[in-house]
Ligand binder design. Structure first.
Ligand code: NAD
Length: 248
């Protein structure tokens, strides 16, 4: 059992499912008191707070609820996000605004509500869940890729703005992760088993990324083990980005 988060309080947005749930479990395993902010937090074993990251009042009241419950806030994991498929013609303006509002502005909302508390923490860290889509040029993911490209630049800008305040900001860039989200996409195909096999074969290491592998990277970036690291993005993609491979 690790203890790197002993005495610290963490919040994870979108922590009721998939990658976020694995992150919440990993931080709790390391000794953190963990709050999960999610549209539907009912299934989480952690302190669940109903929250819509696209709604500023909802975010402010959720962050305040976490601090009322635990008395402090040290780690913020901005993980909530939604997908979008197709080229630039596939989504209308309303859908572009909706996805960017959740995936990008949501991070700004949660982080600015948390900043006053993070400034009081001796171990303040923000970790954003970005994606390989930020830099890969994924086909048929125009809106999603644009949103994650913005997450990457927002991470760098936040890191620069807050490094002197002792708040580190980093992101993780997962490849294709085996989560309910990917499961739903596979189920909607004609032959889910064959589609899954093909998806595995497209990964450099021959399989989907595990949510726990992303959680391990987030735990590193959120903990004092990475106390001199800010403004970085860590790829968890079987080597796709580092080896300059293309997910097509
Ligand atoms: P998921 O659908 O399994 O879980 C997402 C969670 O976010 C859900 O619990 C959902 O209720 C919550 N959520 C959605 N909109 C919200 C909102 N407006 N406010 C609060 N909570 C909200 O998805 P996942 O696969 O675990 O993805 C999590 C993050 O990882 C996303 O940011 C996604 O872009 C990113 N990501 C996923 C993959 C992948 O292959 N699954 C790859 C790279 C990056």
């Amino acid at each position: 059992m690790s203890t790197e988060f002993e005495g610290l309080v963490a919040l994870v947005t979108g922590g009721a499912s998939g990658i976020g749930a694995a992150i919440a479990d990993r931080l709790a395993d390391g000794g953190a008191q963990v709050a999960v902010l999610d549209l539907n937090p009912s299934g989480t074993p952690h302190f669940g707070v109903e929250c819509n990251v696209a709604d500023d009042a909802s975010v402010r009241s959720a962050v305040d609820a976490v601090v009322r419950k635990f008395g402090r806030l040290d780690v913020v994991v901005n993980n909530a996000g939604i997908g979008a498929q197709g080229d630039i013609s596939a989504n209308d303006d309303a859908e572009w605004h909706r996805v960017l509002d959740i995936n990008v502005v949501g991070i700004a909302r949660v982080s600015r509500a948390a900043l006053p508390y993070l400034r009081e923490s001796p171990a303040a860290a923000i970790v954003n869940t970005c994606s390989i889509a930020a830099t890969a040029g994924l086909p048929q993911r125009a809106l999603y890729s644009a949103s994650k490209g913005a997450v990457l630049s927002l991470t760098l800008a936040m890191a620069a703005d807050h490094v002197r305040e002792g708040i580190r900001v980093n992101c993780v860039n997962p490849g294709t992760v085996d989560t309910p989200w990917v499961g739903r996409l596979l189920e909607s195909s004609a032959d889910p088993a064959a589609e899954r096999a093909a998806l595995n074969a497209r990964q450099p290491h021959g399989r989907l990324v595990e949510a726990a592998e992303v959680a391990g990277a987030v735990a590193y970036l959120a903990s004092p083990l990475s106390g001199s690291t800010s403004g970085t993005s860590l790829a968890i993609d079987g080597g796709m980005q580092g080896l300059r491979l293309r997910p097509v």
